[in-house]
Design a protein around this ligand. Sequence first.
Ligand SMILES: Cc1cc2nc3c(=O)[nH]c(=O)nc-3n(C[C@H](O)[C@H](O)[C@H](O)COP(=O)(O)OP(=O)(O)OC[C@H]3O[C@@H](n4cnc5c(N)ncnc54)[C@H](O)[C@@H]3O)c2cc1C
Length: 347
Amino acid sequence: MVPILISDMYSNAMQTTSIYNTFGIPATADRYLVVSRETELTTLLSDPSFCQKPFLMLGGGSNMVFTHHFPGTVIHLENEGINLLDTSTSHDDLLVEAAAGEVWDDFVHHCIAQGWYGTENMVGIPGTVGAAPVQNIGAYGLEAKDIIHSVRAFEVGTGRERIFLNEECRFAYRNSIFKQELKDRYVVWSVTFRLHKTFQPNIRYQALADALATAGIATPTPQQLADTIAELRWRKLPRPEVMGSAGSFFKNPLVTSEKYHQLKSLYPDLVAYPAPDGYKLAAGWLIEHTGWKGRSMGRCGVYDKQALVLVNLGGCTGDEVVALAEAVTHDVQVKFGVTLEKEAIII
Ligand SMILES: Cc1cc2nc3c(=O)[nH]c(=O)nc-3n(C[C@H](O)[C@H](O)[C@H](O)COP(=O)(O)OP(=O)(O)OC[C@H]3O[C@@H](n4cnc5c(N)ncnc54)[C@H](O)[C@@H]3O)c2cc1C
């Protein structure tokens, strides 16, 4: 089969715009399919010949690093639609269903414009609605799990529909059943969110509260809240259209209380957050204190404004990203005795 280029949607208009990765790494696959109708997907998923070969669900490619030719089919959903369901469960609740192919940030802005509240803190996260439950995306004090009511998905092998209620998705930090037990077993087709008619700003995240206070905004409107968050976000993160990255490359590592206190006594300015089973350390702080912030290896660098982010300095390959990630992980392990885990998916 003819290899098809999986390219950066932002870097080169000549290349296909329907397959992309925000790191901007050119990559190829045996086959690339755009699916926009439910019957196309169910027919594909119940076809025995399809199920015998590897496949990869690709949303916006904003959490992926391609290191080699993908020897199988890449599927990109382009189904559309954001619908208010008329099954509101209480006077203030709204159930809103969004197609997996919708762009997440467009969905957030659409909800704000419609007066459906609850998504605002996750404004600006790149990628698609379909990946949101898979990744359990989160930002500024809100995670997808907090607002997802249910996920509608189709089974690979049979094409059968299954509705996963929130508790069945086994959401955890940047994790869900779709990345664990059911990895590659279901394709997310749409997601239903429980939103609200009444706007109650979520300003529990300290940096957000500080930014609003500095701007003299005591009670933000939904748009002011979203704008403030977007401002904070792009101060620390590279915009995909300007510099390639996969966002936070590493997860914040979870350590025991004992390990946290041991490190805190050695490094009093260590940044960490209490977590149910210990403490979550700020991976960016750890990386910065190994001296990697702003440094590079080959054409891949550690972003100079946020050490958690690896960036494409121009023409970088997936292997260069992995090599830099390994060097950073090694140094954090040696200096702090903490193992970094990748948030980005290496293909
Ligand atoms: C600049 C930048 C900032 C970021 N900021 C944040 C942030 O604040 N918070 C955060 O949580 N993330 C952040 N990210 C990471 C990324 O935006 C999220 O992980 C996002 O959910 C990925 O969406 P995507 O559509 O690009 O998924 P992809 O990267 O294409 O895929 C991610 C995973 O989901 C699977 N998948 C995708 N669609 C489906 C589907 N329909 N059915 C089944 N599986 C599917 C893929 O196979 C893959 O395993 C950021 C990334 C960038 C580049």
